[in-house]
Write a protein that binds this ligand. Structure first.
Ligand code: PLP
Length: 385
């Protein structure tokens, strides 16, 4: 099997961990490269021209990055030591005096980082609800940003900005467009194909899928762009590289990505429909439901499912929401998303009273368990309020 190239489907490439085998041993699973440094010969030439020092690169990074770039219809990818390290590398493209426009109501860690980073570096930060295209168009015309940052679907509101429309506006305004598509995965949404310049994922989530590594990845549409050159140099120089063991775990996790995504999407859809009809639930925020405000956009730009993340608002306030959470026996009360196990969290408790997150909102990440068990767990917990 040749590595990473069509005509293979994404599922096939993933199942083979990107394809190919270890040339030295014939092993179908790659080794974990542990050496940090590589020798030179008597004439001071590198013995293996590709290998100098492991902060620059290694074979396993390249194999994993090549697979991820193919999944995204991208030109090149770079792995980072966490999702936040990947976000930081993209944010640092903007120089002091520049302007960053970020979607509001996205992952709290990203918002906090961007606020601090921009304040410290004399970068103007404008936060705007990019899922409302008229608001976005108006803000863009006023602020003329260098870079626009979207999160699609957004976390925890599951807003779905129209990447194609946002990208057209960004192009006419001369702004780069970067999309955090962590909650979608490249199997159900391809921001680069929709017009974005860069796509980012916290590989910590569904790409790895087993809640046992931190990682991030950025993929570009244009590997000859200045932005991409900056990101690659930044990773090498600033050194936020993924560990080799983590890269190996990630490639192993990716082998089952398509099966996991299929099951997680199906579980999320079924639970969303069940809870929407439940008398103890006030509202379900899931882009696969026709009642979601961005359903039409989601249907257009997501294929094969709507992701494993959703939020629900229980009847009542904080006490009722926490009572339901506390009564769950199968859902684990933990932050994060995209793992094989279903998780739940009360975001208001995490983000604080001033966050504006409704007190009765619970964010769920659906895993790969049997749907009947997940529904039964929620039903028994909701019966307590
Ligand atoms: N982007 C999204 C949408 C996230 O949910 C998270 C973490 O929860 C991150 C980025 C950051 O990833 P990491 O925790 O790997 O730094």
């Amino acid at each position: 099997m040749s590595a990473h190239k069509p005509p293979f489907h994404a599922d096939t490439l993933l199942a083979h961990g990107g394809g190919g085998f270890d040339q030295a041993t014939g092993a179908v699973v790659p080794p974990i490269p542990v050496a940090t440094t590589f020798v030179r010969d008597e004439d001071y030439a590198l013995v293996s021209g590709d290998h100098l020092y492991s902060r620059d690169d290694n074979d396993l990074f390249r194999k994993t990055e090549s697979l991820l770039a193919t999944l995204e219809n991208g030109a090149d990818s770079r792995l980072f030591s966490s999702g936040m390290a990947a976000i930081a590398a993209v944010a640092r493209i903007i120089k002091p005096g520049g302007t960053l426009m970020a979607q509001s109501g996205i992952y709290w860690g990203t918002t906090l980082f961007l606020r601090q980073h921009c304040a410290r570096n004399d970068i103007a930060l404008v936060e705007c609800d990019a899922s409302d295209i008229d608001t976005f168009r108006d803000e863009l015309a006023i602020t003329k940003p260098d870079l626009v940052w979207l999160e699609v679907p957004s976390n925890p509101y599951l807003k779905v900005a129209d990447i194609g429309k946002v990208s057209d506006l960004c192009k006419s305004a001369g702004a780069l467009l970067a999309v955090d598509a962590t909650a979608a995965t490249p199997l159900i949404m391809k921001p680069l194909t929709l017009g974005a310049d860069l796509v980012m994922h916290a590989a910590t989530k569904a790409l790895n899928g087993h809640s046992d590594l931190l990682g991030g990845v950025v993929t570009t549409k244009d590997s000859s762009s200045d932005a991409w050159d900056f990101i690659c140099t930044e990773r090498r120089m600033a050194g936020a590289v993924m560990g080799s063991f983590e890269a190996w775990l990630l490639l192993r996790g990716l082998r089952t990505l398509s099966l996991r995504v299929e099951r997680m999407n199906a579980n999320a859809m079924a639970l969303a429909e069940h809870l929407e009809a439940h008398p103890k639930i006030e509202k379900v925020l899931y882009p696969g439901l026709p009642s979601h405000k961005d359903y039409a956009t989601a249907r257009n730009q997501m294929t094969g499912g709507y992701g494993s993340l959703m939020s629900v608002q229980t009847q009542g306030g904080k006490d009722e929401a926490l009572k339901v959470t506390g009564a769950l026996k199968l859902f684990q009360r933990a932050t994060s998303l995209g793992g094989t196990e279903s998780l739940i969290e009360h975001r208001r408790s995490i983000e604080g009273e001033t966050s504006g997150i409704p007190e009765n909102l619970l964010r769920l990440s659906l895993g790969i368990e049997h749907i009947a068990d997940l529904i039964a767990d929620f039903d028994q917990a909701l019966a307590r309020i």
